[in-house]
Design a protein around this ligand. Sequence first.
Ligand SMILES: Cc1cc2nc3c(=O)[nH]c(=O)nc-3n(C[C@H](O)[C@H](O)[C@H](O)COP(=O)(O)OP(=O)(O)OC[C@H]3O[C@@H](n4cnc5c(N)ncnc54)[C@H](O)[C@@H]3O)c2cc1C
Length: 349
Amino acid sequence: MVDAAEAGEGITKTDVIIIGAGPVGLFAVFELGLLGLQSAVIDILDRPGGQCAELYPEKPILDIPSRLKVTGQELTDDLMKQIEPFSPIMHFNQMADSLVKQDNGHWRMTTDMGIVIEAPVVCIAGGGGSFTPKKPKIEGIEPFENKSLFYAVRKMEQFKGKNLLVAGGGDSALDWVVALSDHVESMHLVHRRAEFRAVQDTVDKMRELEAAGKVTVHVADVPRLNGSDGQIASVTLKSKESGEEYDVKCDTMLAFYGLTMKLGPIAGWGINMESNRVAVDTEKFETSEPGIFCIGDMCTYPGKLKLILSGFHESALMAHACFHYARPDQKLKFEHTTSSSNIQQKLGQ
Ligand SMILES: Cc1cc2nc3c(=O)[nH]c(=O)nc-3n(C[C@H](O)[C@H](O)[C@H](O)COP(=O)(O)OP(=O)(O)OC[C@H]3O[C@@H](n4cnc5c(N)ncnc54)[C@H](O)[C@@H]3O)c2cc1C
């Protein structure tokens, strides 16, 4: 049976560990839930949706069956609602890092934040790879990285009482300006343009904070960080309007200059890869390692199409195949949602 609660020594036990909270990883939670299997999901991002939420949240997707038009963010929000009845364990801001087979055949996953999860099945839904922050072109930034310059907020307490400078003009930058405004001592926001790319509601909230004197907005480039031993003392900005350089006193910087996707630790887990993708069969979507499955953009097989609907199909077949690992002593009964009172009850219908 599922033991999703913390079991001894901080190890979470579940049925399936899903790597990636993109659309395919989220739908996998649903397909597994229909079969009574519990999932724990890990994503390096601080929110669900993968490429849909990160790369095209407001663009319409036109090829999701029966959805005439749905934006990347709407699809993500609806998938999150759809999986709610199955209460998946969500671990955001975590890189799925090491994967080790246990004596009982189960897998032990450890994230880079030290979370440990054990399950009989691992499902890789890592898409184009883990989203990794792009580094800004600022000379000599390395000594400051992860000491006083950060590319993500992993724990909000880390920023409590800081004199913070946030760089960037998209959703991440503005979301964190708003979320951290009550935690920091002072806050500056620097962006190279006067217009922001974040959703209007967040831009409005940031402007309210600006009007209340809680954030100072600069339209400028960041040529230099000043300080020593990894500790920022001030950041030099170059005004876009006048071209003049000036220093802003701060002790911490958060830089949001966009994201790239990198395969990351998955490459080191000993599974067969083809052209940087995980090779799977098309019956079960299992990898060369029994008990490890791969679906969505990260898997490859003859004829693979990198489409959301392909990933949805792969999720259903993967869920049925991995049932036997999670419930070796049970027989899988195929049921339709329209006629199964068991499923309808699970979904609160
Ligand atoms: C601009 C654009 C437009 C598109 N338009 C369409 C369209 O109209 N229709 C369509 O069907 N498809 C479209 N796609 C493709 C579609 O977005 C992908 O097929 C889909 O996102 C794949 O989903 P996924 O869940 O497999 O992967 P992703 O969406 O890439 O999500 C994977 C997640 O896994 C996480 N991850 C990876 N490795 C790790 C790790 N080690 N630890 C923690 N987290 C990890 C990543 O951070 C990411 O959040 C488009 C893509 C782009 C870029």
